[in-house]
Design a protein around this ligand. Structure first.
Ligand SMILES: [Zn+2]
Ligand SMILES: [Zn+2]
Length: 679
């Protein structure tokens, strides 16, 4: 038998060729056996290859509410390179990767349709797109390489297997055990075992039969008519990557999935059951060895159900006029939440129900992750000629996340506070255990609400709607968000509309607080005054923690620490009376540690203390700058100078420009004026 001879006798294929030659490698079947001996992973199944591809990008462990979650860098780092990074979905993605792993190991998941399910505009299609991209790139690497073969025809022409099958399928059933034994000889347990699964496609079967007859049953001679080549997966070339999107329900045809008769060639071959007169170019054919994505899979006509089920459960498809044909590909479907609910009871779903593995891909519920989605498109590099005022993206993202959150059962917790807890902020009286509990009581969170796409559209609108304005600000975006709600197709009830509107007021209020704070801090950001206040505060804290007295710098007398001063600073950052000792001790410990290294304490290294000092200082001097005078049209020279200093601080420290710093100052002034009016 030539197989053993080929294995033992043929020269080792030097795989370390130049890149081009490697990717365009061609050779005989014998040489392929050498490759398989040295790199058994070239024969991996589609699921194994997909999972290994994801793993090849590395993983890291992150903690999400005390629980360890594996983050796959494929979905972050690799994805970022393609402008598609997915943030804030570590858990669903880990679930998905685990399904791939189970399928790779043959635990049964490989016989199911993987169904990504989530609200409109969650990252479902991004995930599918990334997996396809990842497979394409992986097939170009040494560790991800795979092979197929072509048949020698007349006049030195070559005809490739239309389904890019693995060359080992050319081995007849009776030879496979002996071949595998040799191919797997001495294999370490950590390595992949070479497997040969399935039979040749109808086209190759015809080629094979013809040649075996021509060479009088000599399989080895038949192989001389076969050329093996390196297979590079490519969606564009329809090699190993397929996409199926159902058109309108009336107009679906199974040939799109499993191929069609080539009427031009029937005349040539005399019959429509000759595989040479058939195009094996349906999506399930061409996606063999890789992945096929079914967009909105539930819209698939029920007539296709059996194609889909056969493909997933049996790994077989049935092209018209031909026998069942073996396939090896990952089948990934996705569906929108509204569509899923609508179809839950139809015939198609009934049949699919226990044959799918449903993976929920929700919206993001952590503010920082949501912000990153928009910052990708709306940043100073992408948006030219217009300044995005501070908090514009943040406020829009905040509203989007709020619409997705479930009202907490906890009576003392507002939706906005819940959002802040999710975002990693600590609130007095709430621990991380509470956050875990909050998540547990709202398992469906993120499956409803406003999609990032709506937000993106409205930010775009706001950017173009005011051509005469220099900056786009949160009010312009909020106005667009509000205006669009009336025509929003996914808002199903007046109550929901009402709720979303109320949330717009919530974020508006939050914005007022944010800018009030910023302006106050900018007013107070006089460094000398802050340093003086800081050392005064620290002197008192030091005396307090060491139970000593403080020397009054003015009179030289020793006095009790000034409790009122310390509290008035601490209250600015919500340090409750019961926590003040801890806070003061922490600061003294920090200063002590610095002193050991010979360093001096600088309030700017402690963000919270800095904020507290600035706000205290603002309180002390708020009457020296008459902010409210900004709303009147007449400003005296001295006030204008002070205002200019504040403006320059807003620009330097908070990202405002000349225009929006003026706007925000008058806005905050009007808030204070309103406040005074109330009193
Ligand atoms: Zn074939
Ligand atoms: Zn601006």
């Amino acid at each position: 038998m030539a197989t053993g001879k080929a294995i033992l006798g043929a020269l080792r294929q030097e795989l370390n060729l130049s890149d081009y030659r490697k990717k365009h490698w061609e050779g005989g079947f014998e040489e392929y056996l050498d490759i398989v001996r040295a790199n058994p992973e070239v024969t991996r199944t589609a699921y194994q290859r997909l999972y290994d591809m994801i793993i090849s990008h590395g993983t890291e462990e992150v903690y999400e509410n005390k629980e360890k979650v594996t983050r796959y860098k494929f979905f972050t780092e690799f994805a970022a390179k393609h402008g598609d990074a997915i943030y804030g979905l570590d858990r669903p993605l880990m679930h998905l990767a685990n399904q791939f792993k189970a399928a790779a190991k043959g635990y049964g998941t490989e016989k199911r349709v993987l169904l990504l399910h989530g609200p409109v505009g969650s990252s479902k299609s991004t995930i599918a797109r990334l997996l396809k991209k990842g497979l394409e790139e992986y097939s170009r690497t040494d560790e991800g390489m795979l092979f197929s073969f072509a048949w020698k025809g007349d006049n030195n022409t070559w005809q490739k297997c239309p389904m890019h099958e693995d060359p080992l399928r050319l081995a007849p059933l009776e030879l496979r055990p002996a071949l595998l034994e040799r191919l797997n000889e001495g294999r370490k347990p950590t390595e992949y075992d070479v497997l040969i699964q399935g039979d040749l496609c109808p086209f190759c079967r015809q080629m094979y039969t013809e040649r075996v007859a021509k060479f009088d049953g000599d399989w080895n001679r038949m192989l001389e008519d076969v050329k093996v080549y390196r297979l590079i997966l490519s969606e564009q070339d329809r090699i190993g990557i397929g996409t199926f999107q159902p058109k309108d329900e009336k107009n679906q045809d199974s040939t799109e999935l499993t191929g069609d008769i080539n009427y031009r060639k029937i005349a040539e071959y005399g019959t429509d059951s000759d595989p040479r007169a058939f195009n094996f170019d349906g999506e399930l054919n061409i996606a063999n060895r890789g992945l096929v994505e079914f967009i909105e899979v539930l819209k698939l006509d029920v007539a296709f159900l059996y194609d889909l089920l056969g493909a997933s459960q049996e790994h077989k498809i049935k092209p018209k006029k031909f026998a069942q044909t073996d396939i090896d590909e990952v089948i990934l479907g996705h569906t929108n939440e509204p569509e899923y609910r609508r179809l839950q009871n139809n015939e198609f779903m009934e049949a699919l129900r226990d044959r799918t593995v449903k993976i929920d891909i929700p919206y993001v519920t952590r503010l920082k992750d949501e912000i990153r989605i928009y910052e990708k498109d709306f940043n100073a590099d992408r948006v030219r000629g217009k300044h995005i005022a501070p908090h514009t993206i943040e406020i829009a993202a905040m509203w989007a996340v709020l619409t997705r959150l479930v009202q907490p059962k906890h009576a003392n917790l507002t939706l906005l506070q819940k959002l802040k807890l999710y975002n990693g902020k600590t609130l007095p009286g709430f621990t991380e255990d509470n956050v875990v509990e909050l998540k547990r009581e709202a398992l469906n969170e993120g499956m409803h609400g406003i999609s990032p796409r709506y937000i993106q559209d409205k930010i775009s609108n706001a950017l173009v709607a005011h051509p005469q304005e220099n900056c786009v600000n949160p009010f312009m975006v909020l106005q667009e968000l509000d205006a669009g709600l009336r025509h929003h197709s996914l808002i199903t009830s007046p109550e929901q509309l009402q709720h979303f509107r109320e949330l717009l007021s919530v974020v508006k209020e939050e914005y007022e607080d944010l800018v009030k704070n910023e302006v106050q801090r900018a007013i107070a950001a006089d460094e000398d005054a802050l340093t003086r206040l800081c050392s005064n505060y620290i002197d008192n804290v030091k005396a307090y923690t060491q139970r000593e007295k403080v020397r009054n710098r003015y009179t030289g007398n020793y006095e009790e620490p000034d409790e009122r001063l310390m509290r008035s600073v601490e209250e600015k950052i919500d340090i409750p009376e019961g926590r003040k000792d801890d806070f003061r001790r922490e600061i003294m410990n920090y200063i002590g540690a610095l002193a050991i290294d010979g360093k001096r304490f600088d309030y700017k290294t402690n963000e919270r203390l800095q904020k507290a000092l600035e706000m205290k200082l603002f309180e002390d001097q708020k009457d020296t700058i008459k902010l409210t005078s900004l709303v009147s049209s007449v400003v005296d020279k001295a006030t204008q100078e002070k205002i200019d200093v504040v403006k320059s601080r807003l620009i330097r420290n908070y990202g405002y420009c000349d225009v929006c710093s003026t706007d925000v100052l008058s806005f905050v002034a009007s808030i204070f004026a309103r406040g005074h009016a109330k009193k």
